[in-house]
Design a protein around this ligand. Structure first.
Ligand code: NDP
Length: 332
């Protein structure tokens, strides 16, 4: 048995609980594949697990998303062979030199898509995919609000909405991030470090008016949470849809349901990726569309930083400290 390196959360806490440790190389059981990991995606869910917001027994190997090359397959796996390039969006324990995954939870990486880009695209890309196709069906004429538009999910949302014929009002923190949102296709961009609370709500209203929509936006995509929720709700047209998909600034506190009535028969949903890739068919169908768009150059996936495992705490500090744009990767 050979030793491999793995990135471990040794206890619940901040970035200082992360350590690179030795583990025995795992072998695939029935229905599993062993993968030589090329890159691991950095996500907020890693933070929620490390901090215990999503309770996870410690010590555990961190990382939920990655890409690599199949080394060996377990009994009963017929659709993958050693040498295949694969990626996965949602399996805890990804940050190891060799990891074992259920074969049904990996997707093939098409020719023309680099493994690092596949690792960078999958979790956030599948999220943007279900948000624009299933949670709300974006069409020509849709007016959407996207917060944190220079971030991982945000950048992909802006591109997908625009590609589907919709129009985006974006928010981002600071002039550089606002410029990124504009370059990606957002028609109106608001720096929400400058405009907060009621000011933010009136800035969004003004932007919607300039785009010819007196009644407000059709859909608000909000992964920032506590800091933006009220302004998002206020931005909606009657019968518009509030999509709260995360809480980068903190979780939204309990909410008076009557606000949906006074806001104009509004809808509110709190969707999550797991329920949109529950079957292998849905996972691979969405991934094929997503990675196909990347291969054809219709979707730009930006890697905002690459970090060694020894420096993993810095990657999470940058994500949590709002210093990142696009996707951060951990490279073994
Ligand atoms: P991002 O790359 O978007 O990083 C988060 C961004 O949020 C920051 O860069 C920052 O952008 C903005 N932000 C605003 N306020 C804060 C704050 N107080 N602290 C930190 N960041 C803040 O991350 P992801 O794309 O990975 O994730 C975005 C959101 O989507 C997260 O809430 C995540 O949990 C959620 N998510 C949900 C999924 C689901 O299935 N529901 C799946 C994947 C992600 P700026 O500087 O421009 O303000």
């Amino acid at each position: 048995m050979t030793d491999i390196r793995a990135l471990v959360a040794t206890s619940t806490g901040g970035g200082d609980v992360l350590a690179v440790e030795s583990r025995l190389e795992p072998s695939p059981g029935p229905g599993e594949v062993a993968v030589q990991v090329a890159a691991v995606g950095v996500n907020f869910i890693d933070v929620y697990q490390r901090e215990g917001v999503y309770p996870t027994q410690t010590p555990f190997v961190i990382g939920n998303e990655g890409a690599g090359v199949v080394r060996s397959v377990g009994e009963g796996v017929h659709d993958l062979t050693p040498g295949d390039r694969v990626a996965w969006p949602f399996t805890l324990g990804s940050a190891a030199e060799v990891t074992v995954l259920p074969a049904a939870r990996v997707v093939p990486v098409p020719d023309g898509v680099d493994l690092e880009i596949a690792a960078a695209a999958l979790l956030q890309g599948l999220t943007a995919h279900f948000l624009t196709r299933s949670t709300f069906e974006v069409r020509p004429g849709t007016l959407a609000l996207v917060h944190a538009a220079a971030g991982g999910v945000g950048r992909l949302l802006v591109q997908m909405i625009t590609d589907l014929g919709g129009t985006v009002i974006a928010t981002a923190g600071g002039p550089e991030k606002c410029e990124i949102a504009r370059d990606l296709g957002a028609r109106e961009v608001i720096d929400y470090r400058e405009a907060k609370g009621d000011d933010l709500a009136s800035e969004i209203e003004g932007a919607a008016h300039r785009l010819g929509r007196e009644d407000g936006v059709d859909v608000a995509y909000d992964g920032v949470g506590a800091a933006t929720f009220d302004a998002s709700l206020a931005s909606l047209r009657p019968r518009g849809l509030m999509v709260l998909f995360g809480g980068a600034s903190g979780q939204v506190p309990p909410f008076d349901i009557q606000r949906l009535n006074s806001g104009g028969s509004l809808f509110l949903t709190r969707p999550t990726l797991a329920h949109h890739i529950a079957t292998t068919e849905e996972l691979r169908g969405r991934a094929a569309e997503l990675l196909g768009a990347v291969a054809e150059g219709r979707l730009d996936v930006h890697v905002g930083g690459r970090y060694s495992w020894d420096d993993a705490a810095s990657a999470y500090a940058d994500l949590e400290g709002r210093r990142s744009t696009g996707k951060l990767l951990l490279l073994p």
